[in-house]
Design a binder for this molecule. Structure first.
Ligand SMILES: Nc1nc2c(ncn2[C@@H]2O[C@H](COP(=O)(O)OP(=O)(O)OP(=O)(O)O)[C@@H](O)[C@H]2O)c(=O)[nH]1
Ligand SMILES: [Mg+2]
Length: 316
């Protein structure tokens, strides 16, 4: 097997070598010691990267919208990277292919880097891998990174939760707003987009959203609701401007800094939890545990006391 040196690859990626960059992101995706070394190398090395998370129900038009937003960034001659998350099976490849086709127009533009990432390994792996990937892109000095996640589950909320501005994409008609609300997206959304507003029902969706927003409390920033027809490029500039307004708000209010801190703490907690879980599994599957288990089952020791023993903590 060929081994790649992360440090060397990073140096190459900083010289705009896209193949090296793709290899770095594969390292991140795989996890393990090389990925950890990469985190060490990129920690504190980031530039001013603005992270935009785009989420919403399958087929809402996220990729089409992202494609159009790429054009907005490019018209300002800035480089942009897109990470498309495929939360389904790593073997399906369906969504990935769709995204690639949707963003085909930018395939030959060297200022655009598009990458898909799939769920690999343990649960929560993606939530851990995404911030690592973003740090690599930041170290390589992309001013904008977009993350597209499909679906409205817990993992997606965690993944987009790492973004500076979170865009929730909906479609006209009843249902999307309710689903998003259930998934806890209402609390994290900074901006709502009703895409496919060439279809009937956009007004009803807006009303649903407004009602839900009225029931929530906001400190300062009230998420705007924008309507787009992504396939025709309608309303896209307004979405980009709203993202920029939110960015200004985050900076002027100091909330951006607070969020960034919270994100790193969340990440740390997630790492510690994953490690603790791993150790617990190890303890339980160790042959030495058999005798303790037998003692517990025969009534000799209760589960709390045994847990304390295992953790070597004082329960008194
Ligand atoms: N009528 C209409 N169709 C749209 C619009 N935007 C996107 N579509 C179509 O909707 C379909 C899905 O678009 P995508 O951009 O792939 O949606 P997505 O949310 O990225 O889909 P997944 O990643 O599979 O969840 C495609 O056939 C698009 O052409 C729109 O504004 N109006
Ligand atoms: Mg998509």
């Amino acid at each position: 097997m060929v081994t790649y040196d992360p440090e060397q690859l990073l140096a190459q990626a900083k010289e705009s070598n896209r193949v090296a960059l793709a290899k770095l992101l594969s390292i991140v995706e795989r996890g393990g010691p090389q990925a950890r070394e990469l985190v060490k190398l990129t920690w504190g090395q980031g530039g001013e990267t603005y992270l935009v998370g785009i989420t919403g129900a399958p087929g809402a038009g996220k990729s089409t919208l992202t494609d159009r937003l790429i054009s907005q960034v490019r018209s300002r001659t800035l480089e942009v990277a897109v990470i498309a998350i495929d939360p389904t099976s790593p073997f399906s490849g369906g969504a990935i292919l769709g995204d690639r086709v949707r963003m085909q127009e930018h395939a030959t533009d060297s200022g655009v880097f598009i990458r898909s990432m799939a769920t690999r390994g343990h649960l929560g792996g993606l939530a851990l891998a995404v911030p690592d990937a973003v740090r690599v892109l930041s170290a390589v000095r992309f001013p904008y990174v977009f993350i597209e996640t499909v679906g409205v589950g817990q993992v997606e909320v965690e993944v987009v939760g790492a973004a500076d501005t979170i865009v929730v994409v909906m479609t006209p008609g009843w249902g999307d707003a309710v689903q998003a609300n259930k998934a806890g997206l209402m609390e994290v959304a900074d901006l709502f987009v009703i895409n496919k507003s060439d279809r009937a029902g956009a007004r009803e969706t807006r009303r649903d959203l407004e009602l839900m927003l009225e029931m929530s409390t906001f400190e300062g920033w009230v998420p705007p609701i924008l309507e787009t027809i992504a396939t025709e490029g309608k309303g896209i500039q307004e979405v980009f401007e709203a993202i920029e307004s939110h960015r200004e708000y985050l900076e002027s209010s100091g909330l951006g800094q607070k969020r960034r801190e919270k994100r790193v703490l969340d990440e740390l907690t997630r790492i510690v939890r994953a490690e603790v879980n791993r150790r617990v599994d190890q303890l339980i599957s160790d042959p030495s545990f058999e005798a303790k288990k037998a003692e517990m089952m025969s009534g000799g020791i209760d589960p709390y006391s045994l847990a304390s023993d295992l953790l070597e903590i004082d329960s008194a």
